[in-house]
Design a protein around this ligand. Sequence first.
Ligand SMILES: [Zn+2]
Length: 205
Amino acid sequence: MKWSYFNNCSEVFGCASLNNKKYCILNRQYTKEEYETLVPKIIEHMRKTGEWWEFFPISISPFWYNESAAMDHYPLSKEKILESGFKLSTYENPKPVVTKTIPASKLPEDIREIPDDILNWAIECEVTGRPFRIIKPELEFYRKHSLPIPRRHPDQRHLDRIKLRNPRKLYSRDCDKCGKWMNTTYSIDRTEIIYCEQCYDKELS
Ligand SMILES: [Zn+2]
């Protein structure tokens, strides 16, 4: 059985990221004889326990559900995360040590009115109230491009970007140019003009 990232390997079982290896189980080297005796035994055991060909169980996941990309695509409540057997992270960033904290609504719109001292402040996110800071290269970037200071915590900005994506669902509809039947993440009642892949590529070339 081969899982992932192998280079010139054969007879490896439950391994990952190996180069030029043979007769390994869980990335550990065995002799040919040991390998050939052990592997059928392990398979037989896994068949009995129902683990054979299944994904690794949730219980050994080293990740917290709410800190993984799964949360972006399939958001769950705290209760649901625990109920489903996933790990839940309750980590909160320590409060920033600052000379003052200001609500986002008090920030001047114009970047030219922002003093250097902002680097010593925390800003309260306009959505969640969570405080965040601006670092020097960031302030320089906003000044260079005449951009206002963000009013939302970086995590909230990440969520906002995720919300701009289409739902993870495919709809069948006609191409708006050639009429070909296709699958797209744009539902039929959306107002955008949707082309099939070929028409889209042609339009751009
Ligand atoms: Zn088309």
